[in-house]
Design a protein around this ligand. Structure first.
Ligand SMILES: N[C@@H](CCC(=O)N[C@@H](CS)C(=O)NCC(=O)O)C(=O)O
Length: 205
């Protein structure tokens, strides 16, 4: 059976959990990361030298990098659904997945840590800058979702599995937010997916 290492409050682990749930795949999950440790053990580092979660072992095939894991699982078990077969449709989903990693998440992580995990840990000007960049990223998302129901176009795809944990986190941060009706519509539609609530609706910790 597929094995997943990672704590459930990790945004990157949540992407994989969402994907596994959408695909209806059985799996065994091992708590790892932060208070659970494990990630610095020699055994774990032999699988994932970065000492981060998630990591999967799919019948001897070990893989790390959350978005790559999602792509792999979606391609293997969800071609034509989570993993669009048409190259342009797939590129749309891929684009949002890369954007989540490189544009949305780095700034969101800074804001999240400063508000939730280590209050006051980030210097004020750095925090203000990160907030402004997160807001701009959320505006980009709002504009995109005004043009299509889902990030990849007309269909729910792997891009939703990857983007949803970060949007959930943003929407629940203890701070002021402006109204973004398209993001709200999309988030509520994501929550209608049978597996979404169990994975996303956890307190931010
Ligand atoms: N680019 C990596 C980043 C992984 C990452 O930073 N994971 C965080 C949790 S979201 C982590 O393992 N932090 C250390 C820990 O939990 O001990 C991925 O997407 O898989």
């Amino acid at each position: 059976m597929l094995k997943l290492w990672g704590r459930t409050n990790s945004l990157n682990v949540q992407k994989v959990l969402f994907c596994l749930g959408e695909l209806g795949l059985p799996y065994e999950r091992v708590d790892a990361g932060m208070q659970f440790g494990v990630v610095k053990s020699a055994e774990y580092m032999a699988m994932n030298p970065n000492s981060v979660v998630p990591t999967i072992d799919d019948d001897g095939f070990v893989l790390w990098e959350s978005n790559v894991i999602v792509r792999y699982l979606a391609a293997k078990h969800g071609a034509g659904a989570l993993w669009p077969v048409d190259p342009r449709a797939r590129a749309q989903a891929d684009r949002w997945m890369d954007w989540q990693q490189t544009s949305h998440n780095p700034m969101l992580t800074k804001v999240f840590w400063n508000l939730v995990r280590q209050p006051g840990g980030v210097p004020q000007d750095e925090f203000n800058d990160a907030c402004a960049k997160v807001e701009r990223a959320m505006d980009i998302l709002e504009e995109a979702l005004a043009r299509s129901p889902w990030l990849g176009g007309d269909q729910f795809t792997m891009a939703e599995c990857v983007m949803a944990p970060g949007v959930h986190r943003y929407l629940h941060l203890p701070m002021e937010r402006k109204e973004r009706p398209q993001v709200t519509r999309w988030y509520e539609a994501v929550l209608q997916r049978p597996v979404a609530k169990n994975i996303l609706l956890l307190p931010l910790t």
